[in-house]
Design a protein around this ligand. Structure first.
Ligand SMILES: [Zn+2]
Ligand SMILES: [Zn+2]
Ligand SMILES: [Zn+2]
Ligand SMILES: [Zn+2]
Length: 349
């Protein structure tokens, strides 16, 4: 035992002595400091601050920042994702750092971190210009010379696309303005068709608004689980009345499970309108749509569905709840209830 120790310390002495003999010996950390020019003091402070201010899950700097009761940071999107995952698995959500319980009541925003993160520099991915984060979206939308632009004659058929800095050169040589009316007709017709398509929804809504029978109800959908072998998460509203009948709305979740909350998985919701009054005398033809309720937070695109409800067919069948994306779906799952405004139009005759 003693021999081995002696041997190893001897080896150590020899190796140090070797370096001294070569005349270049310095402690390793000091050497690194001198030889790596990229590690100047501002860079290291920035990196250190990045490590301190970043989200514990995705490691990005948070724009909106929440913290657990012990002060660990999560960006809003990861916070909602953790809460949504726990809702799906019927578990208590916990902080990824310290495992304390997290929910909408005990986690608060951290404004100092949000402000500090917004001051941290970031490179424009188009022109590489380094700016504070809070200036980046304005820079990329209005100022960046490399931002993608289209020709001012796009609406009469020019398909040129390119960086903003090349725009004036293109426009001065663009052939579209010198074309005849006949030559640009096709482009104008295509443009009109797109516009008509966009206006269709609004026209439908306005014509529905002049229907004789319209109701709207503000609903709170509460989560519940089925008692099946594989339990499934549903949301359901209380019964509400419209046109002298009882109705309810039920929503369900579509998703693919992922262990890691920072992995984005496609999640979406569907809903169905159900007639709760047994055997109505006549079939009831409705147009219906859901919008976000008052004080609701999610982004919901309006889509109008149609169904004829009867004793035989009391359910509309599940329809897509038109949420913008998975993060909007997580926002809903992170809340205690879903707040919706359901608008029903009865088609008479
Ligand atoms: Zn995050
Ligand atoms: Zn924590
Ligand atoms: Zn730029
Ligand atoms: Zn052009």
């Amino acid at each position: 035992m003693a021999d081995t120790e002696g041997e190893s310390s001897q080896v150590l002495r020899v190796s140090c002595a070797d370096k001294e003999n070569q005349g270049s010996y310095e402690p390793c950390h000091k050497k690194a400091k001198l030889s790596d020019p990229s590690l100047d003091s501002t860079n290291r402070l920035e990196d250190r601050l990045n490590g301190i201010l970043c989200c514990a899950v995705c490691l990005d700097l948070p724009q909106t920042c929440y913290q657990c009761t012990n002060g660990h940071l999560m960006c809003a999107s990861c916070f909602n994702h953790l809460l949504a995952d726990s809702r799906i698995r019927d578990e208590t959500a916990t902080c990824p750092n310290c495992r304390c319980e997290i929910n909408k009541n005990n986690c608060v925003r951290n404004l100092a971190v949000e402000k500090a993160a917004s001051e941290m520099p970031v490179d424009c991915h188009l022109c590489n210009l380094r700016l504070p984060r809070f200036q980046m979206s304005n820079h990329q939308r209005h100022l960046c010379q490399e931002r993608p632009t289209v020709c001012r004659y796009a609406r009469i058929g020019c398909r040129w696309k390119g960086p903003h800095q090349a725009l004036s050169e293109h426009e001065s040589s663009c052939v579209l303005p010198s074309k005849s009316g006949l030559e640009i007709m096709d482009a104008l017709e295509a443009f009109d068709m797109r516009q008509t398509e966009e206006q269709k929804l609004y026209k439908t809504v306005f014509s529905l608004l002049s229907f004789e029978k319209i109701t709207f109800n503000d609903l709170q959908l509460k989560p519940y689980r089925t008692e099946d072998f594989i339990t499934q998460l549903f949301y359901e509203s209380c019964r509400f009345s419209a046109f002298g009948y009882q109705w309810s709305i039920r929503a369900s979740l579509n998703y693919t499970e992922s262990k890691n909350p920072s992995h984005s998985t496609r999640r979406s919701m569907q809903y169905q309108l159900s007639l709760k009054t047994a055997s109505p005398a006549n079939p009831i033809r409705l147009h219906f749509l859901v919008l976000k309720g008052p004080y609701g937070e999610m982004k919901l695109n309006p889509i109008i569905y149609e169904h004829e409800f009867s004793g035989k067919e009391p359910d509309s069948g599940f329809k897509e709840m038109p949420l913008a994306d998975t993060s909007e779906c997580n926002k809903i799952l992170a809340m205690k209830t879903i707040s919706l405004r359901a608008i029903l139009f009865q088609v008479v005759g």
